[in-house]
Design a protein around this ligand. Structure first.
Ligand SMILES: Cc1ncc(COP(=O)(O)O)c(C=O)c1O
Length: 281
């Protein structure tokens, strides 16, 4: 079951007018929220980021946080899987095609749920391959915008190369992945690029840094150069659906010894423990 503009219905019955500005302009924002054992993970943080994205495109939030929480609860109970990921999407609504904002138009609100499947075991055991590419996106990558054409093209480059992710480089520095945040390890220290307009402030990124701080894992948030990425001891990717993965090959070359490293093992374990605590709580 999905939610569309006030109603719950099967996905096959959902319809939106072709003049929806999401369809015409990609004029909207979204969130992806993992659900473990029927409990949404870090809902408050996802709703805060949604507000940041809506502010970024100057669209009024159609719901209060309480209303969003109730909608999220209702979608979760209407879908069977214990673990789900929710896709929550707001566009500027339906209007005659004109770039400028329409007046008095209701935003389109869409929420769907899909089963959240654990990543293939092989990816956890051996890590994944990534490639690098020049980050050719716009300068507001902090907005989780539905207009994802550059990300789509960049991630397809990875798929075409038989890899799982594309690590993006801009003016000699690493920004993030096409659909994930990227961490690296140098001298046994976890390094993360600082949040700014060039990357999405990942919810998983925050969890990883919080876990590192709570467990005295040496870590530093600072700009990471392309050279450092190419000579990293370990590379990690994080996202709500992939959680934490080790990148063990970059552009066909092994990262470190080409196997998931000890920082990956530690953070992956801490993340799983944290999830278990949340699910019990
Ligand atoms: C471009 C980009 N960066 C980072 C992330 C990770 O964000 P989160 O941890 O909130 O899923 C995503 C999410 O899929 C993404 O699309």
């Amino acid at each position: 079951m999905i939610y569309l503009n006030g109603d719950f219905m099967p996905l096959e019955e959902a319809r939106i007018p072709v003049l929806d500005r999401g369809f015409i302009f990609g004029d909207g924002v979204y969130e992806v929220i993992p659900v473990y054992s029927h409990k949404p993970f870090r809902l408050a943080e996802h709703l805060l980021r949604l507000q940041h994205s809506l502010d970024g495109i100057r669209l009024q939030n159609p719901h209060s946080d309480d209303e969003w929480s109730r909608l999220v609860e209702q979608i979760i109970v209407r879908n069977e899987s214990d673990d789900q990921y929710l896709y929550l999407h707001v566009t500027r609504g339906v209007a005659k095609r004109d770039h400028a904002f329409p007046k008095g138009v209701m935003p389109t609100v869409f929420i769907m749920s899909n089963p959240l499947l654990a990543p293939p075991r092989e990816w956890l055991v051996n890590g994944v391959a990534a490639i690098t590419a020049s980050d050719n996106r716009w300068l507001r990558c902090d907005i989780k915008a539905i207009s994802l054409l550059p990300n789509v093209l960049l991630r397809q480059m990875a798929v075409d190369a038989g890899a799982v992710e594309t690590v993006l480089l801009r003016e000699g520095f690493m920004t993030e992945g096409a659909a994930s945040n990227i961490f690296m390890v140098k001298n046994d220290t976890l390094l993360a690029p600082p949040k700014n307009h060039l990357m999405l402030p990942g919810i998983t990124y925050d969890v990883v840094l919080e876990l590192a701080a709570a467990h005295n894992v040496p870590h530093e948030v600072r700009a990471i150069s392309e050279y450092e990425v190419r000579t990293a001891q370990e590379l990690l990717l994080t996202s709500s659906t992939k959680e934490i993965m080790a990148i063990t090959h970059l552009d066909g070359k092994p990262v470190g010894d080409g196997k998931p490293g000890s920082m990956f093992a530690l953070l992956h374990q801490l993340y799983q423990n944290y999830k278990t605590t949340i699910m019990r709580g």
